[in-house]
Structures are given as C-alpha cells and as structure tokens.
Design a protein around this ligand. Structure first.
Ligand SMILES: *[C@@H]1O[C@H](CO)[C@@H](O)[C@H](O)[C@H]1NC(C)=O
Ligand SMILES: *[C@@H]1O[C@H](CO)[C@@H](O)[C@H](O)[C@H]1NC(C)=O
Ligand SMILES: *[C@@H]1O[C@H](CO)[C@@H](O)[C@H](O)[C@H]1NC(C)=O
Length: 456
C-alpha cells in the first residue's frame, strides 16, 4: 500500500497541469465504476483547507461504486455516487461527501487519463464540517487511456478574427423553415479562439454523453398532468427569470448558466421577494471546482460550490471576463444552496419528462448541449441542427451551458420545443433566448440537466 502511495505521489509531482478546457481527463462510467480505496488525510479542517499538494494520508476507506448509483463502504453502509461528465465523481456515504477530479497527465497534445486514480480531492461531512483531503485509487490497476487531441487547426488560425460566412447563413435559411439565421456584427471582432470559449470551450472533443434514460410509466403519468406550455418568464403574468447577461470571450458559460438557475430559483421560492444577481467573476477567480475561463460544470458550481462555499452578489466581484486571483470582498454575505443533483438522480438518468416535472415544480434548470457551426447564427424559431458546416471559420463542436426556463408546442406545426436562456447578451436570438426542438435529445440537451434548491 505504501509503495502504491509513493508511486501516485511521484506521479503527481511531475505532472504539468496545463488545462485548456475543463480538464482533459476522459473517464467514463465504466472506467470509474468498481472498488476504490480512498486515502484520507486529517479531518477537522474548514473549507479553507488547501488540498492542491496533499501528500499525507492517515487512513484508508474502501468504497465500491456500483450500478447504477450505489456506493457501499467497507462497513456495509450504503450511499450514492455520480460521475460528473468525464471529469471525476462525487460519492456520499457514511455521512461524508467525497469529490475529486480524475487523474490525467498532459504532454503537449498527448493526454493520458488514469481513470483508476484521482487528483487530491475534498471530503467533508454532509453538513460541510470536518474537511479533509483525500486521494482515490482503484483496488485493481487499470490501463491508462490515451487521448490525442487533434485540433483541426493550429493556434495561428484560431488567433484569426472571426468573419461571418454569408453563404452558410444563406444555406441555413434556404435548407429549412424551422429557424432563421442571421449575421451578428458583435462577433466579428472576436478571435476564433474566443468564439470557441464563448461556445463552451474545447471540452466536448473528448466527451461521451449518455442518452436520455427511458421514461417510466409513473413519470409519464405525472408528466401528463403538466401544462402543454409553460414559461417562467410569464407564469400567471409574472417573470421569475433574471436579466440576460453576456459572458464575453471567457469560457464561463457554466458560471452564467449555473447562476441564472440559482437566481431564478430564489425568485421562484420567494415569489420575487428576493432577486439577487450572483457574481460569476467570483466563480471564475475563486472556485477550485472549475477551471476559470477554461470551463466547468453546473453540478459542481450551481450545485457543489454554492453548497460548500456559497455564492456572492455581483457587486462583491463584478464581472471582468478574465482569469485572475480571487478578489471577492471577504466581508460579502454568501448565499447557499443544497440538494444539487443531475435530474433523475445521477449522471445518465435524465430525460425530457423528468426535466419538465422538475422545471414546473422547482424552477429553471441548467443544461448543457452541443454547439455546432450553425447555432451561432440563430436569430429565431425552433433550432434543429442543420448539419451545415462553416468552411471559413474552423470551429470544433463545443459543449455549452445554458438555462431552460420553459417549454411549449408550436401551434402551427405541432413541434415541441424548450425555451432557453443564453449568455450572449440580449441582442442575440430571441432577446437573448432561443428555442430548440424538444423530445429528441436535440444536441444532447436532454441528457445532463442539473437542479439545485436555495437555502433561504
Ligand atoms: C504522443 O505519443 C506518441 C505515441 O506514444 C508519440 O509518438 C508522440 O511523439 C507523442 N507526441 C507528443 C507531442 O508528445
Ligand atoms: C473518450 O472515451 C470514450 C469512451 O471510452 C471514447 O469513445 C472517446 O473516443 C474518448 N475520446 C477521446 C478524444 O479519446
Ligand atoms: C406573489 O406575488 C404576486 C405579485 O406581487 C402577488 O400578486 C401574489 O399574491 C403573490 N403570491 C403569494 C402566494 O404570495
């Protein structure tokens, strides 16, 4: 065991952590599922505990992560676990929570994921007390996974300024009638690299997103009782959605999508008595659960960060849209949230009807979806990916976080859609919002929705 520990410590020591979008780890459900040993350091710390160079485990705990979300510790206590995209996992068992990113090593474009090991992670009890650092290692060694990130273009090209492709816009509008495309002058002075960040970053080049889970008869029965059209911007004449914002050229969509959810859910819970706008810069600068302008995930931000550290209001750290040292005023009041989860209970359990039920009952929900070349031109209508590529601007498919605020059915065509709040300013799309086909997992939008509850 000590040998093993030294090997991991040695590996950590020479890792060069060069993160350009989320983390480049690519660990799937099957990679992570199985028997783990958690090597845990001293407890009794508070949330200021720095785990970045943790190397002093005091005890070991064996935990089995089983199908579909069952965690069992060595004493037979049962709990819960979920994968978080392809980045890491969270476990709740024996009254303790554990979260860590999966271990990877990066050497230029060569990335090796060690899905049977984690970086130092954070553990604390379910009430946020008694923090400890830990490292996870699977009981049986697995083969490392090699990923070569083959970017379709070089940095030189991605430093180029974006120029709209008139032919693409024309083609979109000619090929289909569901939605309309337009040119956005505000994008023309952005570098292609910045546009990629705006669209969610380079993460989805290594993603494997689950298909929506089957709808059970019970869920179908509840869903039948819901209205055909629902919109939190106009629920009995009242708007519960905070204003549209603009993330600029920082890959902070996850912070905007998450805070849009947390803001709306406070409005829903308090009937608009409380209407805070939360600081996304605080998340970009201060959260260790995300990668600043290089990406992050609603489960870890609107959820876990808001539970463990709380979020502050905008004036405590106004948005700058660049990475930096944590400059949030320490005197600022922090707002807390709890019961964060992937809708359906764990990563891979989501579907359209569960999303509708949660949306109507609890408020808007954070989702992520695949952004293709045609999407940036969206002007109005119900978006369905056309398959058309932008030959002039070498984009990659990206994964972008946004907020579902409602749903409906087009009276003319019968097409079902989601109503979604974006963070590209209110001159984009339908006053900053878009509609997208519903019921077909369009661009994976029904696969990994997240919910959270405010603590008032
Ligand atoms: C990536 O790995 C391959 C195979 O191990 C090796 O041939 C290549 O030189 C590596 N490239 C970089 C940039 O490290
Ligand atoms: C990530 O892992 C999945 C499943 O093992 C695989 O299908 C996918 O190709 C991997 N992505 C990359 C970029 O290696
Ligand atoms: C919620 O607010 C609206 C508008 O201020 C008010 O008309 C309504 O009575 C409130 N509902 C409750 C349950 O207090």
């Amino acid at each position: 065991m000590a040998m093993k520990w030294l090997q991991i410590a040695g590996l950590l020591a020479f890792l060069t952590i060069h993160v350009y979008a989320d983390t480049p780890a690519n660990c799937t459900y099957e990679d992570v599922r199985g028997k783990w040993v958690f090597m845990i350091g001293s407890r009794g710390h508070d949330r200021t505990l720095d785990c970045s160079s943790f190397d002093s485990p005091l005890m070991e705990l064996q935990i089995t992560l089983d199908f579909p979300d069952l965690a069992v510790d060595q004493f037979g206590n049962t709990g819960f676990w979920t994968l978080i995209y392809n980045q890491g996992f969270e476990v709740v068992v024996g009254g303790e929570k554990y979260f860590a990113f999966s271990l990877y090593k990066q050497d230029g474009q060569n990335i090796t994921s060690f899905c049977d090991q984690t970086f130092p992670g954070w553990s604390h009890d379910i009430f946020g007390r008694n923090w400890a650092c830990f490292i996870g290692r699977k009981a049986e060694e697995q083969k490392p996974k090699q990923t070569v990130v083959l970017h379709e273009f070089e940095k030189v090209v991605s430093n180029r300024l974006y120029r709209h492709n008139a032919e693409l816009i024309h083609q979109i509008n000619r090929q289909q009638k569901s939605w309309q495309a337009t040119r956005y002058p505000q994008f023309e002075n952005m570098r292609i690299e910045d546009m990629i960040k705006m669209k969610g970053g380079r993460k989805s080049t290594i993603a494997s997103i689950p298909k929506p889970a089957p709808v059970t008869p019970e869920v179908a029965r509840v869903a039948k009782t819901l209205p055909d059209n629902f919109d939190w911007r106009n629920y009995n004449g009242i708007n519960y959605v905070s204003p549209v914002r603009n993330q600029g050229s920082c890959g902070s969509c996850y912070a905007f999508g998450s805070m849009a959810m947390n803001e709306a859910r406070i409005r829903v819970r308090t009937n608009n008595t409380l209407t805070p706008i939360f600081s996304t810069q605080d998340i970009v600068e201060c959260s260790e659960y995300s990668q600043g302008c290089d990406g992050g995930f609603p489960y870890l931000i609107g959820g876990k960060y808001a539970e463990d550290f709380g979020v502050v209001e905008e004036e405590c750290n106004p948005y700058k849209g660049v990475d930096g040292k944590c400059s949030t005023k320490p005197s600022c009041e922090r707002h807390y949230f709890t019961n964060y989860e992937y809708i359906g209970g764990f990563y891979g359990a989501c579907n359209e009807e569960l999303m509708r039920i949660n949306l109507v009952k609890n408020g808007p929900i954070a989702v992520s979806f695949e952004v293709y070349d045609d999407f940036v031109h969206y002007k109005g209508g119900i978006y369905i990916h056309t398959g058309l590529r932008d030959k002039f601007n070498p984009f990659e498919i990206t994964n972008h976080v946004v907020l579902v605020v409602g749903y409906g059915v087009d009276p003319a065509t019968g097409q079902k859609y989601w109503i979604v709040k974006n963070s590209w300013g209110d001159s984009w799309g339908e006053s900053g919002f878009f509609r997208i086909r519903r019921g077909t997992d369009e661009c994976s939008i029904e696969s990994i929705a997240v919910q959270v509850e405010p603590i008032l």
